[in-house]
Design a protein around this ligand. Sequence first.
Ligand code: ARG
Length: 654
Amino acid sequence: MNILQVLRGRFDAVLSPLVDETAPLLEMIRPTNDPKFGDYQANCAMPLGKKLGKNPREIAAEIVEKIDLSDMCEPLEIAGPGFINIKLKDAWIEAQLAAAVTDERIGVPLVEAPKKYVLDFSSPNVAKPMHVGHIRSTVIGDSLAKTLRFLGHEVITDNHLGDWGTQFGMIIYGFKHFRNNEAYHESPVAELSRLYREVRKIIDYIDGQKSLPARKSKLMEMAAEIEERKAMPPTGDKAADKKATKELEKLQRQAEDASKELVKDEAKLSALAADPEFAKIAAEHSDIGTAVLNETAKLHADDEENLALWHEFLPKCREDIQRIYQRLDVTFDYELGESFYHNQLGPVVNDFIEKGFAEESEGALCVFLDGFKAPMIIRKKDGAFLYATTDLATIEYRMREWKPDAILYVVDFRQGEHFDKLFAAAKKWGYADIELKHVSFGTVMGEDGKPYKTRSGDTVGLEGLLDEAVSRADKIVRENDKDGQLSEEQYADVAQRVGIGGLKYGDLSQNRETDYVFSYDKMLALNGNTATYMQYAYARVQSIFRRGEVDIAALRTSGAKIGVSSPAERALAMKVLRLPEALQDTIADYRPNQLTSYLFEELAKSYSTFFEQCPVLKAETDEQKQSRLLLCDLTARVIQQGLALLGISTVDKM
Ligand SMILES: NC(=[NH2+])NCCC[C@H](N)C(=O)O
């Protein structure tokens, strides 16, 4: 059971006659950090006292007097200004452990009111280099899907592939003008990816050159302004002068950065221009920007040739991405990409017009939303629909077909404004009683402090990244296996699980909203908050069973019991029983790092202390030995379950 939830339920019964809204008070019942204060502590008497104008200690006494917890807790204690300390009875803990030992779900209850979730994650733009951010979305989304499902919710996972965008205009253009038939034949995706990069390069070159004069004059303006400000005499007002100096410095820094950037770009452009072959191509394709848009527009207008090319390219691109999913062991219920909604965009826009939610502004069709300066554009001046239009059609489809209670979008924080607007527009459109949530995440950084880039910048690069993790894991596993207990075959298997697991855990253990630095060394470390450490803890328990020739499955059903007489055993037992709470915390705001920190900071650390203080195979009595073996087993099962919900597997030996 979820102990915290049960405690809160009991408090709720006492608090609800006193206040209208008990939820914030119930939030103040938390596990303690120090066993001195019991297992849980309720701090709600203080705010309640303030609210009711009574002495908090009196309130606390009143709560303690009325609450019915005698079945599970020792008599409650009131401390300090009105803290209520809650200590569970040992016998009650032991009964919970006994139930968990024979429970496949190790004591995790199913939610009483299951909800239906749609999870939109991964969603790369095919035919365009997939990047580390898409791995991040994939790993976070998959873990949330698994956790929600485990708790009993219904989850539909949907990979909203970008399979209809300008990138297809680009490869269609590239295919028509630059393709190498032989290369395409040999390795179509590699050739398409080359074509994408080629077209991108020309577009960037032409746009870069076009923007140079404006950038230069902007810099001159900045320089002039700096001079002007420098020439200004001080006013004598200290604060104002200080502010002026600060502003001047800021402007100087900006000018310096812009000028460096310009020098760099100019160098790049002139290097390209110096390549006669490239210069010739660029000159021949000077209208490439418009041409690409035309190819895209033709595709969207069902042009026969472009549609045929799209049908030819798409399965190849999807296959390419599939390899990454296979290696990450991630699957989707649906992969309804942007192209799937193509025919619904017109009707969506018409519906907005009919309902009076959209108006024309400078030729574009706009949805004005309260609280936003800029409107959401749903049709461009040239008639083209946008990313946002597709997302509206997607919401309509999902609501109609699946009727979910919530749609979660696991997407990069840079799309924050898009989703804010999308959700506001959806609400306006009538989708008000659904939870629409942008599960936003930060950037994966390189050790140089810039966004992490794989060497080749495409799926091949991402595969290289996975390969590297596995090959480093292989080395670590071999070094660690001093007594040579693993076969060659086992090395390969363990390296896979440790390498890919390390990569996933390294990501999931971060607060998803912050940027983090990608480091193989950190994510594969044997010590610390890593998958490797958790996998190792699991394997160590299995090795105890092997060394002691323990048939753990038989012991589970033998009627042997776990006792919690020593502090280390009791502390570990409490952590084991807190798995349901950790999972609840994980989905409360969709944060897998709640689960990793429970596994590492709480469970693994308590296990370590237990392991130091409590001999298992050499326990004093048979009864104690069985008790400790079962506690080790529960710990290992919680680790295994926890890792499984993160999409990470365990190994028995490593
Ligand atoms: N429904 C959505 N907008 N999902 C996210 C799509 C992400 C987009 N394809 C990208 O790679 O940036």
